[in-house]
Structure formats: structure tokens, C-alpha cells
Design a protein. Structure first.
Lengths: 157, 377
């Protein structure tokens, strides 16, 4: 989970779309893997935010989950960030729900709902990144955007 | 045989039978019971408090103040805020209609102003504190009321935040003192009023008000509802000291007051994982694409949870999902059938008010077909 591939927010959104639209048999093939994936995507979103803010994302865990520690780090000195506190906790909840009984008949639905929760987190953080001028779904675009705003040719009347 | 019948008739307890007959026809009624009820409730609360103390459970807000609050909320200063005079008018109408039905007295704050919303708060928090405090000052010092009820999450949040800041930050107090002095009105002192949400108000007064009106339990039977609280009703936690106080109090992580109220009307509340997530309201102007996508995700999640209705308690949270039918269809390639209805509208109808009386016709999403189909009115 903690070794999540460096997904961008756009990657996360695409993957969530796939999971939401996937058939039950696909979602039930590896419930534990899907649970880990939900968590990893949540972490990736938080890492994007922290990196864009110039912070070193923590490797610590809060209540047993790095995602919650990353959220806590992001919220430090930034109260409005708490608007996604329960979204992070819902991701953890869905992860736990899947692992609790992977063979439960509603597991596919739980994965799907979990993906929607991750998507919400990605949209929320993506929106905040844009509003903060820190990137367009990924922090690597920050220099591009800064260059845009500094170039008089790009100014509009 | 004749002797036996004569003996039976002679020994019949005529007086007793007459009393029994009268009692059957005229049900005994205790007169002037209200004071006794209050005394008993007070005693029960005292005992509960003593038991909690003995068990080391702390005081427990429910036990401590339930009865007092019910009485206190009979008459409150009503602060509708700007949104309820505009796009959220249905919420305004239904809140007032519900209050009237419950026999409660809503006194609109005289000459109220904007709470500072997001715009002022983001630019100058000190000014936002003053704007919110002015509303509370009028309620306390001009109208003589000790409770302000704000149905809008933004107003509720801002008043609570101003209250917290004035109680804890001398700079804010100083700024507020200067503003109110120049404005020529009494300076608000932290603690003069209690700010509550429409959910607190309804939860405390339904079934306990003057008329003891309750929702019909069978009203929303079979209607699957996702209760959506939005992100400002419970955050940040520190400005809501009354929440997370154990049984009976609201939870900041899993709010349930709306669930409780609608369950009392028979609703089948679904597990909705985005009940406190951001609705995109603050993004609506600056980044409408993201805002729309957040709203669409909420709608999809509600549908996936099995909901037919999203019940809301905030005009911004209501207008986002309700206002996006075209975007929904365009982006999703299909219609979404979830209807967006204020909880006050649902409760009002559960208490016998007509859809028109609670302003269903003013909603963004057309809920009438569902209301008819489910026989909600």
C-alpha cells in the first residue's frame, strides 16, 4: 500500500472510472488487491497535494493507515483541507469492509462505491490544486502555468 | 331458581358496575398534567445524571439539557441568510411552514446582514467575524432572544466560527468592538446566544412542541434516502463544542440528526459514503468543471447506494446536484433519477403539509413525479 506507484490525479480519476464501470466478476477476482488499490490511490492523491505544496509526504501511519497520516499532514495549518477528512476515512472504511469479508455478495458494490469515494477525493484535491495555482491535476505542470502567467503574450485584454 | 335470581340481583354491586360503565364511556383524563410532566422529566434527568456520574460516564448533554433546550427552542431568532431569499427559497418556505405546523415561534432577525459567506472570510476573516457577530448582537441585544437558528450550513458555520473566535481570540474581540462602536449597536459578547442549525431545532422540538406534532411513521416507508450533510455542518470540529458529546449529540464524523428525523418518518436511509463530502459549492464559480464533476460523482454514488432521494440541509448543497440535470445527462450519457429534496420538505409533508406549502415547486429537480409515485402527499 505504501509502495504505491506514483499515480497522478488524472491517472487516479481514469482508474476510478474503470472500476466504477467494471463488471462484478472483474471486481471480485482479487478483492484484497482492489482494497489495497483504493488505499494506494487515495495516498497518491494526497502525495500529489503535499508535493505540490513543497512538502515531503510522510511515511508515518495514523490509526494504522498512511492515508490518514497524509491527510493530517495536509490539513496542518489549512483548516479547509478538513473538508476531505471523512472522505479519507471512508476510503479506509471501504478498504476494511472488503477485507473483512472478501467473499461477501456485496463486495463488488463495495469496491465500486469505494472507487467513487476515491474519485471524489481526487476531484476535490485536483480542484484545490487548480485554485491554488499549483498544477492542473499534477504538480509537474506548475512551472508551465507559472510561465504562462509571466508571459505578456498570454495576457488577455 | 327464582330465589337464586332474586338473590343475585340483590347482591349485585350496582354502584361499582355503574362506575365501570361510566369509565368505559367517558375515558378518565388527568387535568393540568403539563406541570407534572415537567416535574417528572426533571426528576428523570436528575436520576440519569446521577447514574451517569456513578458510572463515570460524564454528564451527557442529552440528559443534562434536553428538556431545557426543548423549551428554549420554542422561540428562536431565525436567520435565513442570503441564500434562503434566493435560490434556496424552498428551504426558507419549508422551514417556516414546519415551524408553524409545530407551533413554534420563529422571529426573523431584524435587519439582518450577510454572514460573510466564503468570500469575505477568505479575504478578511476579521470582517467576517464582525458581520456574523452583528446578527447575533441583534438577536441578543435588540430582540432579547438567546437562540439563533440558521438553516444554511454556511451561515451556521460562520456564526459558530465567530462565536468561537470571539471567545478565544482577543484580536477578534477588539476588531468587533471597534466595528460595532462605529456602527452604533451593542457589541456582541461571546455566549450571549446559542447558534443552532435547523436540524438541531427540529430534532429537539418535533414531538415535544406545544402540539406534540410528529411525522407520520408510514409517510416515507419504502423511500430510500441518502442523507447529505455537506462539509460545513461539522467542520472544523473545534467550533462545535456541543457535538461528539456521546449519546444524543451530533457526530462530526458520522452525522445522524437528519437520518434520525427521516427515520421517524419511516424513511429507509441508505449508507451513503459521501454524506459529509464537498459538494463543489465553493468551486462553482471559480472552477465550474470540477464543481460539476463533484456533483455528478455525488449523484452516481447516491444511485449506487440505492437512493431515490438525496435529502439536503443546505441551500448550496441542494442547488449543486439539483441544478445540474443537463450536465448530468451530457456527462453521464443518461438521466439520473435521484431527486434532491430538503429534509424540511420531507418532514413537512410527513406532518400533513402539501408539497406546495413546503415549496416543492421551487426545487431545482422536479420531485413531484416521485412524490406522487411514492404517495408522499
Amino acid at each position: 500500500m505504501s509502495n504505491a506507484a506514483p499515480l497522478s490525479i488524472e491517472d487516479v480519476l481514469l482508474r476510478c472510472g474503470e472500476l466504477v464501470g467494471a463488471a462484478d466478476f472483474y471486481l471480485l477476482r482479487d478483492p484484497a488487491g482492489r482494497a489495497a488499490e483504493l488505499l494506494a490511490m487515495g495516498e497518491a492523491v494526497m502525495v500529489s497535494w503535499l508535493v505540490a505544496k513543497g512538502e515531503e509526504p510522510t511515511q508515518d501511519k495514523t490509526e494504522g493507515f498512511r492515508l490518514l497520516a497524509l491527510h493530517r499532514q495536509g490539513a496542518r495549518g489549512n483548516p479547509s483541507f478538513n473538508a476531505c477528512r471523512e472522505t479519507c476515512r471512508e476510503i479506509v472504511y471501504h478498504h476494511n469492509l472488503i477485507l473483512h469479508d472478501p467473499q461477501a455478495p456485496e463486495t463488488a458494490q463495495t469496491v465500486r462505491l469505494g472507487a467513487m469515494v476515491v474519485r471524489h477525493l481526487a476531484l476535490f484535491i485536483g480542484g484545490k490544486l487548480e485554485e491554488a495555482g499549483l498544477g492542473e491535476f499534477c504538480c509537474s505542470s506548475r512551472p508551465v502555468r507559472q510561465a504562462d502567467t509571466l508571459n505578456p503574450a498570454n495576457e488577455t485584454a | 331458581m327464582v330465589d337464586m335470581v332474586r338473590s343475585l340481583l340483590r347482591n349485585l354491586p350496582i354502584g361499582l358496575l355503574t362506575k365501570m360503565g361510566l369509565a368505559t364511556l367517558v375515558a378518565p383524563k388527568t387535568s393540568d398534567w403539563s406541570k407534572s410532566r415537567e416535574a417528572i422529566m426533571e426528576y428523570v434527568e436528575e436520576r440519569e445524571a446521577a447514574n451517569r456520574k456513578a458510572l463515570g460516564l460524564g454528564q451527557g448533554r442529552e440528559a443534562r439539557t434536553n428538556h431545557d433546550r426543548t423549551k428554549k427552542y420554542q422561540e428562536v431568532a431565525y436567520y435565513p441568510g442570503c441564500a434562503l431569499e434566493g435560490g434556496g427559497h424552498a428551504y426558507n418556505r419549508s422551514t417556516k411552514a414546519l415551524g408553524k405546523k409545530l407551533g413554534l415561534n420563529l422571529k426573523e432577525v431584524e435587519n439582518w446582514n450577510c454572514c460573510g459567506a466564503m468570500e469575505v472570510k477568505n479575504i478578511d476573516p476579521k470582517l467576517q467575524t464582525y458581520l456574523s457577530s452583528r446578527v447575533m448582537s441583534i438577536a441578543a441585544n435588540k430582540m432579547g432572544l438567546d437562540t439563533v437558528m440558521a438553516p444554511c450550513n454556511g451561515c451556521y458555520h460562520n456564526l459558530k466560527k465567530a462565536e468561537y473566535d470571539l471567545a478565544n481570540d482577543p484580536n477578534r474581540r477588539g476588531g468587533q468592538f471597534a466595528f460595532s462602536g462605529k456602527s452604533g449597536h451593542a457589541t456582541y459578547q461571546a455566549g450571549q446566544v446559542e447558534t443552532i442549525h435547523a436540524l438541531d431545532w427540529d430534532r429537539e422540538t418535533i414531538g415535544r412542541g406545544p402540539g406534540h406534532e410528529r411525522p407520520r411513521q408510514e409517510f416515507a416507508e419504502g423511500v430510500k434516502i441518502a442523507n447529505y450533510y455537506g462539509c460545513m455542518y461539522t467542520r472544523p470540529r473545534h467550533i462545535f463544542p456541543e457535538k461528539d458529546q456521546g449519546p444524543g449529540s451530533e457526530s462530526t464524523s458520522k452525522p445522524h440528526f437528519m437520518d434520525d428525523l427521516l427515520a421517524a418518518a419511516g424513511a429507509d436511509n441508505v449508507e451513503y459514503p459521501l454524506k459529509t463530502a464537498c459538494c463543489g459549492g465553493a468551486h462553482a464559480l471559480s472552477d465550474s468543471d470540477t464543481s460539476t464533476r463533484l456533483v455528478l460523482n455525488m449523484l452516481q454514488a447516491a444511485e449506487a447506494s440505492g437512493a431515490e432521494v438525496i435529502a439536503t440541509e443546505c441551500p448550496t448543497c441542494h442547488s449543486g446536484p439539483g441544478n445540474a440535470p443537463d450536465a448530468r445527462e451530457k456527462t453521464l450519457g443518461r438521466k439520473t433519477n435521484v431527486k434532491i429534496i430538503y429534509f424540511t420538505q420531507l418532514l413537512g409533508m410527513a406532518m400533513g403539509l402539501s408539497p406546495k406549502a413546503v415549496g416543492v415547486q421551487e426545487n431545482f429537480s422536479d420531485a413531484m413525479p416521485l412524490i406522487k409515485e411514492k404517495k408522499l402527499a
